[in-house]
Design a protein around this ligand. Structure first.
Ligand SMILES: Cc1ncc(COP(=O)(O)O)c(C=O)c1O
Length: 390
């Protein structure tokens, strides 16, 4: 399938933001990862390393092509791959390391690249939660062989659903292009219409105080098949649907172009909000973010904090109109994921499992303002913080 001018314009604009030569947009972020794996010729018997603190939708493309996911535990402050544990996971079958920049914190890319080069393995960046973050002055997404992004509802900017790959590797780009031409399907008219209707509803009605209510309604309607959900229960089985490898629609591309016009404001807003959260949390005696500011300039998608009695906090927050998020609720989010089916044995990533039981995340999107931050912090500090190193 050949992309139209509108989609190409969106791809060019996205690529230009990163000063990268190629961008390819898809229906979802997970489809973008699938395109990379397939274009690289990954297949049965190959091993792909990724953090044991991710979303099962991110593991599905690996399983769809018959490769094996190999999980590395996270380091507790940034929730990113613990590079000290990485070498031990590399085998002759390892073909790729997925560097997931969790919540917006950049991974320790120098160490990851060094280990990868030593073993002749490629590094792909998962930037689904990090748009605009920098590592040693460079935008994340420009450091590995390729990177993929998501523009699903909760991501740095939203086009409802959406994913995009960027790469400077022209050979890989050529492979992705030919996959698109020969294997990709179009979303149906009904799906695109529903997505458009959801986007309109979202832009008109979703504010921090209404989010919890809207999310519950959205989940209910997704189960009933009345809306286009970002995930469905059929995706807890690693079997690829016939229409999985799907293109982006014009509705998403148009929305993405508008979002890219506002990208600098979005990034500035997120940086300011993160500093406000740091300030208000510290003023209440809480520890704020811990990351290496000499190498990392994070742009947070959400602001993670660790607490005791997480479940209770989530319940109370929903009642109080506080927009508290909870990913990842399991090493392979969400809790419904049958872990053994995805080659995860309980206990292999203890830090990730601990984080899944403690971390909630605070809102950062464009509709959050200082008042929301103050209300959210006031609510949070009614609970007890868990220090990341304990
Ligand atoms: C870290 C990470 N990578 C990739 C994805 C997949 O993105 P999408 O929902 O657009 O398929 C997700 C899912 O939300 C995610 O959390």
């Amino acid at each position: 399938m050949v992309m139209n001018e509108l989609i190409k314009k969106y791809e060019r604009k996205f690529a230009d933001f990163f000063d990268i030569s190629n961008a390819f947009a898809f229906w979802k972020g997970r489809v973008a990862l699938y395109a990379i794996l397939k274009a690289m010729g990954i297949g049965p018997g190959d091993e792909i390393i990724l953090p044991g603190y991710t979303c099962v939708m991110n593991v599905n493309p690996i399983k769809y092509i018959g490769a094996k996911p190999v999980y590395v535990d996270i380091e507790p402050a940034t929730f990113n791959i613990d590079v000290n544990l990485l070498k031990d996971k590399i085998t002759p079958q390892t073909k790729m390391i997925i560097a997931q920049h969790t919540y917006g914190y950049p991974c320790d890319m120098d160490s990851i690249m060094e280990i990868a080069e030593e073993h002749g393995i490629c590094v792909i960046e998962d930037c689904c939660l990090a748009l605009g973050s920098k590592y040693k002055g460079k935008l994340v997404g420009t450091l590995g062989t390729a990177a993929y992004f998501s523009s699903q509802w909760n991501k740095p900017y939203t086009t409802g659903l959406g994913g995009i790959v960027i790469t400077n590797d022209d050979q890989l780009a050529g492979e992705i292009e030919s996959l698109r031409e020969t294997q990709m399907c179009r979303p149906s008219v009904g799906e695109v219409f529903m997505l458009w209707a959801q986007l309109v509803t979202y832009r008109l009605f979703i504010y921090p105080r209404t989010t919890a209510l809207a999310q519950n309604l959205f989940r209910y309607l997704t189960k009933k098949g009345a809306v286009v959900g970002s995930s469905s229960t059929s995706e807890f089985v690693p079997v690829m649907a016939d229409d999985f490898f799907k293109s982006i629609s014009n509705v998403q591309a148009r929305s993405g172009l508008r979002q890219l016009d506002k990208i600098s404001d979005n990034i500035r807003h997120r940086k300011e909000l993160a500093q406000l959260y740091d300030h208000f949390l510290e003023s209440k005696g809480w520890s704020s973010r811990e990351y290496d500011s000499s190498t990392s300039e994070p742009v947070m998608v959400r602001y993670p904090v660790r607490i005791v009695r997480k479940a209770e906090a989530l319940q109370q927050a929903a009642k109080a109109g506080i927009e508290l998020g909870s990913w990842f609720e399991s090493p392979l989010h969400p809790v419904e994921t049958p872990l053994s089916v995805y080659d995860y044995e309980p206990g292999i990533c203890p830090q990730a499992e601990k984080a899944a039981g403690e971390v909630v995340n605070l809102p950062m999107h464009p509709r959050v303002n200082q008042k929301t931050v103050e209300r959210t912090v006031e609510f949070m500090t009614g609970f007890v913080q868990v220090e990341s190193g304990t």
